[in-house]
Write a protein that binds this ligand. Sequence first.
Ligand code: SF4
Ligand code: SF4
Length: 362
Amino acid sequence: MKLVKLNKDNRIKVADETLIYIDPDYLYIPVVNPNFKVNDYVFKDTLLTDNIYAGISGYIKEINKNYLVIANDFKEKSINVKKEKRTITIETILKRLAMYNSDLYNLFKSLKNTDNIVISGINDEPYVYNNIYILKDNIKEILSFLDELHELYQSNNTSLIIKNNDSKIIEECLKELGTYPSIKLTLVDDLYLLGKKEYLLNYLHIPINNTLYLTVEELVTLRNLVKYGLIDNMQYLTISGDALNEGIVLKVKKYTKLKDILVKYGDITYKDYVLVTGNLLVGHTVSPSLVITDKIKAIHVMKKRCEKEDLCINCGKCLSICPLKINILKEKKISNACYTCGLCSYICPSHINLLAKVSDKS
Ligand code: SF4
Ligand code: SF4
């Protein structure tokens, strides 16, 4: 198992507090063939499909082949369905997940009792902080719900995992954990790939079988759904990068356009920049017209670089760093096995974007 300590630029920082953006002018919701028409009024908790709420109140302004566009009336009107706290059982969890979240349903469907519950507060991609800010903002609720899961699934070992350099949260966790002796706090080094389930469990010597593994973000989604019947219409998004004065972690309405976020919060200090989504090591550039969905965890606003690619010097570093021992130089296209972790390009002394080269061939 190979884990890598990444070189990071200490000048790239994010503000300590989460900012909240609840009032975009428009939301761009990817609903195909909706049962609505232009000029219909929707409440913020109108269900547009099985698992997407409107998120804001207002009139439908446009329906095209990609989106249903809602113009915000800034009244946050809701249907007023009473949100009651529910008692959870294994059966009610499965029922809710089967209806509204197939990914979590697949994790829980055959779970009765479990030896271990592991909750990961790790984002190991450089300059992405969502999990730790979610934890910081919801620490009491998260621990209380985790304690309920511990009892319900009769876990022998329930752990919350965070990086040992996340000083912002360690103290708060320790303070709150006194109330929950069943939950253990485990600190791990800041190593790349510990954000992946199999690497983290291997590192902690916890078997993958009979272990329930969730990220903090997934745990909060689960809690909102099974305890309150809520489908989240907000999500966390890190905006960071060296073309910004200071980065932020933002709680934002799902389906907001990136352009609107940048106008309001992008403290951009450098003119010639690119927008990169997700993991900087993989480097997927996007345009400001991108609509933020829950698949998008971070936007990096980075100075454009003119790094010249040199010729391959056959040093073999790309192969030796690859966790899966893939010889990317010999690949014709990205194989299904590849994590697209970007380590091969990261280590290359000739600055060759190996993943891009292989993608070009496919
Ligand atoms: S991106 Fe793929 S080939 Fe490159 S190091 Fe990661 S797993 Fe290996
Ligand atoms: S790391 Fe770069 S220079 Fe070294 S063998 Fe791989 S592609 Fe060539």
